[in-house]
Design a protein around this ligand. Structure first.
Ligand code: URA
Length: 296
């Protein structure tokens, strides 16, 4: 016999399927109700009714069985602590987390506007993790972080360090592109609420990878990890911090380097990367030590 809850759930799903068949793409949902449905605490108490894509509410994401209660859509729960996971367990955990992020609707406005969730890319066994702020338009289309101009520069930095894009892990604080309603182009900085809402995904990525060093790219990534601090990236870059037991090297965002072509600024970033290589115990050649030396 079905429980009252199951009957209600199935009736709700039937209704949503019906709406989808009729061509409806969104349902208006009060954020408090959405938070109740997804088992989350309310993250944006003042937000107006949200438009949730009907496609995001699909049957397969909710398991109904006679004996097992349905699993609500929730932010990740942290199950990986200090214990190191095996390579297979890391890959499996990362795959499961990716699936969870790809169906996330915790920020309904971003779930409605995104093309793809930009979860992260690279080797989850890597000793090195790069963290940026949020996907831009190109990343949103590709579903991969750092594929635009800033990404090309980041790739060059990674290669100069002796790694490849595939041998490190790259992720952002925010997994969805911050929407820009009414704008044809351009990107915007994620809000504090958006970053706080999405952060558990990055935290779980960090806990799965347990890298030996994390590079925080730019002031916004730093803010996403540590909250607003009195000192900004100019002051903090080049100085080690710690996050979830992982050494963190804050440095300038590659977009800043693209806007500011001074060789002295490139050298500052490179010195930060040399510190990372030293921390990892990676061999550093004389040629590498000398990159961007000579002022400017
Ligand atoms: N900037 C970021 O911070 N992340 C990206 O993925 C692309 C640009």
């Amino acid at each position: 016999m079905k429980s009252e809850y199951q009957e209600l759930l199935e009736a709700t799903l039937d209704h949503l399927e019906e709406l989808k068949r009729e061509g409806n793409r969104y349902v208006a949902l009060d954020p408090a109700r959405l938070a109740d449905l997804s088992g989350q605490k309310l993250v944006a108490p003042t937000a107006k009714a949200a438009r949730v894509p009907v496609a995001a509410i699909s049957r397969p994401s909710i398991a109904i069985s006679a004996t097992v209660a349905p699993t609500p859509v929730t932010a990740p729960t942290l199950v990986y602590t200090s214990a190191e996971l095996s390579a297979d367990a890391k890959k499996e955990a990362m795959g499961r987390l990716r699936l969870k992020a790809e169906s996330c609707v915790l920020c309904p406005h971003l779930a409605a506007s995104r093309t793809k969730v930009v979860f992260g890319v690279g080797d989850c066994l890597s000793p090195l993790l790069f963290v940026g702020e949020a996907p831009g338009a190109e990343e949103d289309k590709a579903g991969e972080p750092f594929v635009g101009q800033a990404g090309e520069l980041l790739t060059k930095i990674i290669l100069a360090m002796g790694f490849t894009r595939g041998s490190v892990y790259i992720a952002n604080v925010l997994k969805c592109r911050p929407d820009t309603p009414g704008q044809q182009s351009g990107n915007r900085k994620p809000t504090t609420t958006e970053m706080d809402t999405c952060l558990p995904y990055l935290q779980e990525q960090i806990d799965i990878i347990r890298p030996r060093a994390l590079v925080a790219l730019g002031g916004t990534a730093l803010e996403g990890l540590f909250g607003k601090t009195a000192a900004g990236i100019t002051k903090l870059r080049g100085t080690w911090k710690e996050y979830r037991g992982i050494p963190v090297m804050p440095t300038y965002h590659p977009s800043y380097l693209l806007r500011n072509q001074l060789i002295s600024v490139k050298r500052e970033v490179w010195e930060d990367m040399l510190k990372v290589l030293e921390r990892l115990g990676s061999p550093i050649s004389e040629k590498q030590r000398g990159y961007f030396k000579g002022g400017g």
